[in-house]
Design a protein around this ligand. Structure first.
Ligand code: C2E
Ligand code: CA
Ligand code: CA
Length: 292
């Protein structure tokens, strides 16, 4: 077994390996459930990449995403992620019906002129319903020309695909962007969620983001929920979609499928009656939601 020491990140070693790793099937997608804490159901999943490196063992995105961004390998890698997530999603839908598939997309990928046509091809090839796909974009998109961003968002939304602002509140966006570029969801950065309970202004910031989302007519979700207190506070502020270690870490496909088979999911238009307990999480390791 590998020790828990993080591998030394060496761009010059990793960069040439990244493209080959796609061909050799060394990347894998893990999935973290997005929970609707108002009714204890799974609202969707976020795809998160892992690299099963042949010599170094399992690597986290922090070890290689920035190298891929610098080298440009993020473009073919991101395309692989989208295709693989849409492919994996077929078995998730079979297990549990409609839910949301949320996929991280880097600004470098969005800057490719073929991004929208590639996305459209992937939807067609995989049979992925566009309305169930959400792209998580960071506010660094606003380093791009705003006319280009406007056209890009319009083209993505014309396909029927949703857009979420990831890590909201930490980036480059100005409030005027929210008025000019319609997005579907503001995803409150985990920093604010994790500082909610320690007398920090984070609670007020989260409250403000929830209100802002209402003003501009978008949804809101939160990440990095680790405690029952945070979940209950989020629900109290009106943010009911949340993800975090309280519910589940990101897990491989077979484990998310097991969870989906055990937990009631919001079917379109139909809510299963459950005993809502926003303050309880997954029973660790059991893939069962503690409902009693
Ligand atoms: P992110 O998109 O903000 O994803 C959330 C990160 O927080 C994930 O780390 C997730 O495992 C972690 N997380 C979730 N819940 C909790 C919690 O309760 N507590 C704490 N402390 N952490 C939590 P991960 O999987 O290591 O991913 C890190 C980042 O790498 C992601 O941040 C995203 O920016 C990037 N990334 C991951 N997969 C992809 C991908 O397929 N494409 C692109 N472009 N970026 C990716
Ligand atoms: Ca994300
Ligand atoms: Ca995030």
């Amino acid at each position: 077994m590998m020790a828990s020491v993080r591998p030394t990140v060496d761009s010059s070693v990793f960069a040439p390996q990244l493209d080959a790793a796609i061909q050799q099937g060394e990347f894998e997608l893990y999935y973290q459930p997005l929970i609707d804490i108002s009714n204890a159901s799974i609202h969707g999943v976020e795809a998160l990449i892992r690299w099963n490196h042949p010599e170094r063992g399992p690597l986290q995105p922090a070890d290689f995403i920035h190298v891929a961004e610098e080298s440009g390998s993020i473009v073919p890698m991101g395309s692989w992620v989208l295709r693989q997530a849409c492919t994996d999603f077929r078995s998730m839908r079979l297990a549990k019906g409609d839910l949301l598939l949320s996929v991280n997309v880097s600004t470098r990928q969005l800057d490719e002129p073929t991004f929208v046509s590639d996305l459209s091809d992937i939807l067609q090839e995989t049979g992925m319903p566009a309305r169930l796909l959400q792209l998580e974009i960071t506010e660094s998109i606003f380093l791009m020309d705003s006319v280009v961003v406007g056209a890009l968002f319009e083209a993505i939304r014309a396909l029927g695909v949703k857009i979420a602002f990831d890590d909201f509140g930490t980036g480059y966006s100005s409030l005027s962007y929210l008025e000019r570029f319609h997005v579907d969801v503001l995803k409150v950065d985990q920093y604010f969620v994790q500082h909610m309970s320690d007398g920090h202004v984070s609670t007020e910031i989260v409250e403000w983001i929830v209100r802002l989302a209402r003003i501009v007519g978008t949804g809101v979700s939160a990440e990095g929920v680790e405690s029952r207190e945070q979940a209950a506070a989020l629900l109290g502020l009106g943010c009911n979609i949340a993800q975090g270690f309280l519910y589940s870490k990101p897990v491989p496909l077979n484990e998310i499928l097991a969870m989906l088979q055990h937990v009631p999911v919001e079917a379109s238009g139909q809510r299963k009656a459950v005993h809502a307990r926003p303050d309880v999480g997954w029973t660790p390791g059991s893939a069962l939601y503690a409902m009693s």
